[in-house]
Design a protein around this ligand. Structure first.
Ligand code: ATP
Length: 216
């Protein structure tokens, strides 16, 4: 079974890798695709170019044999819709005759809380199983539309032979965000304790996040 952990990774930080590795261990997933969201439809523009975010993601994943940096959304023109990505992944799986276990889509609570704004959001669980992680410091109230949706699909343990299940996994997470990493850098502070050493080196080498301009 594979997991998918999507993000803008602007930049990828230890909270991301910790979350992916913790879910892989808890659910026995063989690999997690760390999927760079190139042109997200439901959030503001990133601060750094796709190229920099992609290089940093590759550096962070290279440290862990079960994390795969995934650029399929970078290579697809237009807005990066999760629904389209999952549809394409299912088609790939069929074409090579791989085992048909649906992937596990992993997301933090803050991202889950925005689910109803995603393109074809209520069809996404037809293509995967959804795992929601706590996000310390970012537990906003749940969208009422999600409460029923979740209640109808929640499970205590994922049955990997089918899609459509949702699981809240209360694993301990790290209290770090890309916003905080960027803020620290703007203030001239070190982020070596928040990102992988090679990501830290890359940020220093390219002097990233010193200004607040965003890339569209
Ligand atoms: P930003 O601060 O710019 O919003 P972020 O740190 O939330 O960035 P994203 O790339 O937007 O990072 O998030 C990708 C995914 O990782 C989302 O599902 C988000 O909820 C999750 N995530 C980010 N940080 C953590 C963390 N510390 N623990 C658990 N999940 C996290």
């Amino acid at each position: 079974m594979i997991g998918i952990f999507g993000g803008t990774f602007d930049p990828v930080h230890n909270g991301h890798t910790h979350a992916a590795l913790a879910v892989a261990a808890e659910l026995g997933l063989s690999v997690i695709h760390m999927l760079l969201s190139a042109r997200p439809g439901h959030r503001i523009a990133s601060q750094t170019s796709n190229e920099h975010r992609w290089k940093m993601l590759q550096l962070a994943c290279a440290e862990h044999s079960n994390l795969i940096a995934d650029d399929r959304e970078l290579n697809r023109p237009g807005t990066s819709y999760t629904f389209d990505t999952l549809t394409a992944m299912a088609a790939d799986q069929n074409s090579v005759g791989e085992n048909k276990s649906p992937p596990v889509w992993i997301l933090g609570y803050d991202s889950y809380a925005t689910l109803t704004s995603w393109y074809r959001w209520n069809e996404i669980t037809g293509l995967c199983n959804l795992v929601v992680l706590d996000r310390p410091g970012q537990m906003t109230p749940e969208d009422p539309n999600l409460v029923d949706f979740f209640a109808q699909r929640q499970c205590e343990k994922i049955d990997h032979s089918k899609a459509g299940q949702m699981l809240r996994l209360p694993l301990p997470m790290q209290e770090v965000s890309a916003t905080f990493v960027r803020q620290q850098l703007r203030l001239g502070k070190s982020v070596s304790h928040l990102v992988a050493p090679k990501v830290n080196q890359y940020i220093e080498q390219h002097q990233l996040y010193i200004t607040t301009e965003s890339i569209v």
